[in-house]
Design a protein around this ligand. Structure first.
Ligand SMILES: Cc1cc2nc3c(=O)[nH]c(=O)nc-3n(C[C@H](O)[C@H](O)[C@H](O)COP(=O)(O)O)c2cc1C
Length: 249
């Protein structure tokens, strides 16, 4: 059985993970709720977004504990710029002695939309082209045509990623809920870092945010706002059921 370990806040990585499952069968496992090392699987896939030219925290924390004897293939997805995230991942994988066979990247719709809202047609066209790219990647994996990044990650880039990562918690401090909040508590349930709680009946954001923006993007009332911005744009991948994001499938 193949283990398809994924992290996703808005469904892009889940869409890819489901395509991997369609092609190779296996179990889809949501990384933040998984405390294993992958040893129960024959081989491993990781499907992950790129964050700040690097890895989201749950994936960063998973790598060192993964079973070093299992073949590992990673599919990274991103909204605009890879910025060496594939080389950075390769560097970490080698550092932890992982048996990494291939790293592939696919452009998906941008979900870091706190400041910029992409036009609708752009998101639509990326969803269309990414479907073809995912199929191509899976064809290559099926034929065992593995790809690994050729260039090495520069130390300065690695340091910048780690610095950015150390600042992600600040994003949570800038979220609040407006009057549209119906206290459904969905944000509390879906937050992968348990950063949101209920205190005296009020939604409170703590200091443990990993910047995934899942709460902001998936609040059914669009009641979570960043700073005091009024933007009503929210993104969730239309090719998956929102309720499946964060589930094992
Ligand atoms: C905190 C954060 C940082 C991000 N950094 C990058 C980045 O460095 N480069 C990029 O192209 N996209 C970046 N993105 C966009 C996501 O990688 C992209 O939209 C991805 O497909 C989202 O996957 P998901 O829907 O599975 O969560 C970032 C998104 C977030 C939330």
């Amino acid at each position: 059985m193949i283990g398809i370990l994924y992290f996703s806040s808005t469904g892009n990585s889940l869409q890819i993970a489901k395509k991997v499952k369609e092609r190779f069968c296996g179990s889809i496992v949501y990384i933040p709720k998984y405390d294993g090392d992958g040893s129960e699987f024959q081989r491993l896939f990781i499907v992950t977004p790129i964050y700040s030219f690097g890895l989201p925290t749950p994936v960063f924390e998973l790598l060192p504990r993964l079973d070093k004897d299992k073949d590992l293939i990673v599919i990274q997805n991103y909204g605009g710029m890879i910025g060496g995230a594939d080389a950075l991942l390769y560097d970490y994988a080698k550092q932890f002695g992982l048996k990494i066979k291939g790293i592939y990247t696919v452009k998906m719709p941008e979900n870091y939309t706190l400041f910029l809202v992409p036009p609708k047609f752009y998101t639509k066209s990326i969803l269309k082209s990414s479907g073809k790219r995912i199929d191509k990647i899976l064809d290559k994996i099926e034929k065992e045509e593995y790809y690994l990044p050729k260039s090495k990650i520069k130390t300065a880039k690695k340091e910048t990623y780690l610095k950015n990562k150390s600042n992600w918690h600040l994003i949570g401090n800038r979220f609040s809920v407006n009057d549209s909040c119906i206290k459904c508590h969905k944000c509390i349930q879906i937050c992968p870092s348990n950063n949101i709680s209920l205190e005296n009946g009020e939604i409170v954001f703590k200091d443990n945010c990993i910047a995934c923006l899942g709460c902001y993007q998936r609040c059914p009332q669009k009641a979570i706002v960043y700073l005091d911005k009024k933007s009503k744009y929210r993104y969730v991948n239309p090719n998956v059921k929102e309720s499946e994001i964060g589930k094992d499938l």
